[in-house]
Write a protein that binds this ligand. Structure first.
Ligand code: MTE
Length: 322
């Protein structure tokens, strides 16, 4: 048996902060948005699947980026998915997305900008320091998750392109390859999957270009090798497996709006007061909390990010602009 003799630089037991106080201090700092500035700026270590390459990120200093809700387990976040290119059942993406090839992969940035470009995924991975951000993700179908993503603000990439004054919106297009994606052979959506944001929404620091989750690269079913995460909007705005980002003057038409205009508006901000024609949006079921006695959670305005993004919609009729 090995007995450890303390080295001169080892802290004395009395100098070590008890874990309960350390954790409390971390939550208090996070609530103040100060955690990243402190020496305790460690990324949250919620275990991933352990099978994919590691992709660590430092705790994000962006206001609102670290919610304190308990993260969803990796097993749930990577097996209950919407990724219609791989089928419409929640279990289809985890089952079928192994056919997606994530190398080589390029993303083109084009349209109304002075410096369009085509970026290799490995260059994008090095473009800015990776941050961990714990976001709520609320799906319009009435369920939600809490996921520790890894990436950086989309605005970092967008600014490099120097958008012109005509760039009022940004359109996002994702991969649609019949050879790799069995769902693209079905007519459930008009492929490729297209989404859009107003330029100020796209530039908002909370809008994340995500490359990983739970400290590892994204599993294919979650949108590898890179996806959007727009935490105050319904999940379908967070387009997976991006291949094109285009600055445009006119509001883009998303695939979901094309499929059912009355059900999916351009803004799609999480709003408990505006029901979807088929689903109330007042409450949500947090994945992993199901059980006989588990209560539904009330859905929060802008998914809880009102302090950060409410101003973007000042004076707008949110019932009309759903
Ligand atoms: N992106 C693409 N390309 N295809 C899709 O079908 N589904 C969206 C969104 N992004 C989708 C997509 C929907 S409806 C949701 S709720 C989220 O991805 C789900 O992300 P998650 O599976 O990582 O939780």
């Amino acid at each position: 048996m090995l007995i450890k003799t303390p080295a001169p630089h080892d802290p004395l037991p009395s100098e070590i902060t008890p874990q309960s106080i350390y954790l409390d201090r971390r939550s208090a700092l996070a609530a103040l948005g100060l955690a990243a500035a402190s020496p305790l700026a460690l990324a949250q270590s919620v275990p991933g699947g352990g099978k994919l390459p590691k992709l660590p990120g430092a705790r994000s200093a962006v206001a609102g980026a670290m919610v304190l809700d308990k993260p969803t387990s990796y097993a749930d976040a990577s097996s209950y998915n919407n990724f219609y290119e791989f089928g419409t059942d929640k279990s289809d993406p985890a089952e079928h997305a192994h056919t997606l090839k994530t190398r080589p992969w390029t993303v083109s940035v084009e349209g109304e900008c002075a410096k369009p470009g085509r970026y290799d995924i490995d260059a994008l991975l090095k473009l800015a320091p990776m941050e961990e951000r714990i976001y709520r993700l609320r799906c319009v179908e009435g369920w939600s998750m809490v996921i520790p993503w890894v990436g950086y603000s989309l605005g970092t990439l967008l600014k490099l392109a120097e958008p012109t004054a005509k760039a009022k919106y940004v359109e996002f297009t994702t991969l649609a390859d019949r050879a790799q994606m069995p769902g693209v052979r079905s007519g459930v959506l008009d492929w490729p999957y297209v989404e859009g944001l107003r330029i100020d929404e796209a530039m908002h620091p909370l809008t994340l270009l995500a490359f990983g989750m739970y400290g590892e690269v994204l599993p294919n079913q979650n949108g590898a090798p890179l996806r959007l995460v727009v935490p105050w909007k319904y999940g379908f705005k967070s387009a997976k497996s991006l291949v094109k980002i285009r600055f445009v003057e006119k509001q883009p038409t998303s695939s979901w709006t094309k499929a059912a205009q009355q059900e999916y508006g351009f803004y799609s901000n999480v709003n408990p007061n505006v029901p979807h024609p088929r689903w109330s949006q007042a409450t949500e079921r947090r994945i992993g909390e199901d059980g006989l006695f588990s209560r539904k959670r009330p859905t929060l305005m802008f998914n809880g990010y009102e302090a950060q993004v409410g101003q973007l919609y000042a004076g707008m009729d949110l019932k009309k602009n759903y």
